[in-house]
Design a protein around this ligand. Structure first.
Ligand code: MIG
Length: 675
């Protein structure tokens, strides 16, 4: 059941697509203190799931989170806000219910931080829709919520292949080298990402013709090798006379303005830049149309960056900073003064005050940015998604964004922003994944190996052993960090076998992804979602279910050599050896210490479930999705699996012919089947 309550006069977010009637009775479960907070008293054993992109564990208890899209390249355990704003959670325990705050402003969720059992939600103002959802189980509540916010974005099948990225591929030849080295080393690859360096001085929808000459031919040349080029698009539009996107946007009044109506300018990568008013539907349409510049050149995938929006500095703030700095000149700096001095420059980027100085024109209303902050990246990606429907109605286009808000999940996926080459961020990647799925974000993935800081071979191996299960599987690193392409490391065979396993698992992973998207199901699940009556399963923070058949237990610590795994029931364990062979054995329910050297990995097949596998290949088009080997762990007698399969490019998602049922019976051998 969905219970909807309206407070004040909410700014429309267009997040909810299935309308429910506004109720007037008391809100169930929670206590609403109008103008202050929404609260709930948890029982000791209650678990809180959800909140999408946030730090900490699968169970969100014990911290305060704040929905405020933020550029957080140095985030760690005590960070409150990341790139997305995802106001959906489920309380599971004494009482089980879902809660969603449909709201465009900043909101904090104190989940047992101030007091152990207090869940306190505090929106910045009192204009929002509050939804309470009930259902017979946590997954049922999630499904109800997902139905309410609409179908998740579906990526083209090639985008389930491995992608290589690095901020600083400066020329076409450098990209060619990346492709060549993967192919030479027998390493699968489907895409190479272009970061801001492909543009002419960081100008959106331009090309650096010198570094990337004859771009169309280059795109075609790579396509012949089954490689897709995926360029980045930044939110800020360079302010430069003669640059058509700037001039047109100015002429039409499509950029955000300051209070006095003059254009709002802030510095990001291109230098002084304008911010398209994505909340204005005309501006959105106009910006979306710009993607045609690259679509027309054969590009079929993009990533949207810097759309929180990130602001390095504004002129006003900079001026203020220089004035303050002047005050320090010639002064004998006491320690307090010294810290204050550091703070002057340290607070220039992403300054809270700057977000209160510009305005949007939304449905004929002028709205200050901070009231709608969390809708900005969402609507940039919506601009692209809506444009793709017009410009490429029959072909899927890859799109994922850095900033997001629920609602955006219909137009694109997300990557998890700037992480670090830290072991803790590998675990965070795992823990965040089901929370994102709950909020509708299925096409997700973190920068494998870590973006900032220097990675190590072992960290990259372990991260990939988890990453091969992520829909978005991309190795990405910042410029000035250690080279992170697989071929830069010593033990290429170990990487090769892990990567190739991804391509053997693709029929299953893609099928599970599609069913999750089409049926509003989870792709990554906490164990408790499938084993609700097992109190031990509820506390497992470092294992996940991947679709209906698999459980994973990645290694996320250095020099570990193995780990403890908890099995809620007997499962069939697969072990990938460095030569690519798979061994399997049956493990009983309970706790196991499993040895897992860094050049091997394990995963589990659940009892009563099937795993269809392909021969593999070095790119998605090379994978045969029709002649499969099916592995089983039959309970007793017959086991079936609903296999989703389509051409991976078109949009005929609901065709019943895309679903075939595979049924086998007998022992645990591999079966050959053709679908
Ligand atoms: O301020 O385009 O998260 O993936 O490599 C950094 C350069 C801007 C942030 C993105 C990252 C990308 C980088 N960008």
């Amino acid at each position: 059941m969905i219970f909807k309550y309206r407070f004040g006069n909410p700014i429309p977010t267009d997040t909810v697509v299935k309308e429910s009637e506004v109720r007037e009775d008391a809100v169930p479960f929670v206590t609403v203190l109008e103008g202050e907070s929404i609260s709930y008293e948890m029982a000791d054993a209650d678990i809180v799931y959800g909140l999408g992109e946030n730090v900490r564990g699968i169970n969100k208890r014990g911290w305060t989170y704040c929905s405020k899209c933020s550029d957080q390249p140095h985030h760690q355990e005590d960070t409150h806000s990341l790139y997305g704003a995802h106001n959906f959670l489920v309380v599971s325990g004494k009482e089980t219910f879902g809660l969603f705050l449909d709201y465009s402003g900043v909101v904090s969720f104190d989940v047992g931080y101030t007091t152990k059992n207090g869940l306190v939600i505090t929106p910045a103002d009192w204009n929002f829709d509050l939804y309470i959802l009930t259902g017979e189980s946590v997954p049922a509540i999630v499904k109800e919520f997902r139905g309410m916010v609409g179908r998740s974005y579906i990526a083209p099948k090639w985008a389930f292949g491995y992608g290589q990225s690095r901020w600083s591929y400066m020329t076409a030849d450098e990209v060619r080298q990346v492709v060549k080295k993967h192919r030479e080393n027998d390493l699968p690859l489907d895409s190479v990402y272009l970061d801001i360096d492909y543009m002419e001085r960081y100008k959106d929808f331009t090309l650096n013709e010198e570094a990337f000459p004859n771009f169309e031919d280059f795109v075609r040349e790579l396509a012949e090798e089954n490689i897709h080029l995926v360029p980045i698009i930044d939110a800020g539009v360079k302010k430069e006379d003669g640059y058509s996107v700037y001039e047109e946007g100015m002429e039409k009044g499509y950029f955000c303005t300051k209070e006095d109506g003059s254009p709002f300018v802030a510095a990001v990568w291109p230098g002084h830049a304008m911010f398209t008013d994505f909340l204005n539907s005309e501006a959105r349409e106009w910006f979306g149309n710009q993607y045609a510049f690259l679509l027309d050149k054969g590009i079929d995938g993009f990533w949207n960056d810097m759309n929180e929006p990130a602001i390095f500095y504004t002129e006003d703030r900079l001026k203020e900073a220089f004035e303050k700095l002047d005050g320090f000149k010639g002064k004998n700096l006491a320690m307090e003064d010294f810290w204050a001095l550091l703070d002057v420059t340290g607070s220039l980027s992403g300054n809270e005050e700057d977000y209160k100085t510009f305005y949007h024109e939304m449905n004929g209303q002028r709205i200050r940015h901070d009231k709608v902050h969390n809708l900005y990246g969402y609507n940039m990606t919506r601009a692209a998604g809506e444009a793709f429907e017009r410009l490429s109605p029959d072909k899927r286009i890859l799109m994922f964004s850095r900033a997001s808000c629920i609602g955006m999940h219909r137009y694109g996926g997300i990557w998890q922003g700037d992480n670090k080459s830290w072991w803790s961020h590998l675990l965070m990647n795992l823990q965040m994944s089901p929370a994102l799925n709950m909020c509708g974000f299925l096409y997700t993935g973190a920068d494998l190996g870590g973006f900032g800081s220097n990675t190590t071979e072992e960290l990259l191996l372990r991260w990939l052993a988890f990453g091969i299960f992520s829909p978005l599987m991309r190795n990405h690193a910042a410029r000035d960090t250690r080279r992170q392409e697989i071929y830069e490391f010593e033990d290429i065979p170990a990487f090769r076998s892990i990567l190739k396993l991804r391509y053997r698992l693709l029929p299953y992973l893609y099928s599970e992804y599609m069913k999750a998207a089409l049926d509003n199901e989870m792709y990554f699940m906490p164990l408790a979602f499938a084993y609700p009556d097992d109190p031990r399963a509820a506390r497992v923070e470092d294992q996940l279910l991947v679709g209906e058949s698999l459980m994973i237990a990645p290694v996320y610590q250095p020099n570990a050599g193995g780990r403890y795994v908890y099995l809620p029931e007997s499962m069939r364990m697969f072990r990938l050896k460095r030569d690519g062979s798979l061994e399997s054995s049956i493990l009983e329910a309970g706790d196991h210490y499993v040895e897992i050297p860094a050049d091997e990995m394990i995963f589990f097949l659940r009892k009563g479930h099937l795993l269809p596998m392909a021969e593999g290949g070095n790119s998605v088009p090379e994978v045969d999705f029709e002649n499969l080997t099916v592995f089983a762990y039959p309970d007793d007698g017959e086991v079936s699996y609903e296999y989703y399969h389509d051409d991976g490019v078109g949009k005929d998602y609901d065709n019943p012919e895309n679903r075939a049922v595979i049924t086998v019976s007998g022992d645990v051998r591999g079966y050959e089947v053709t679908v």
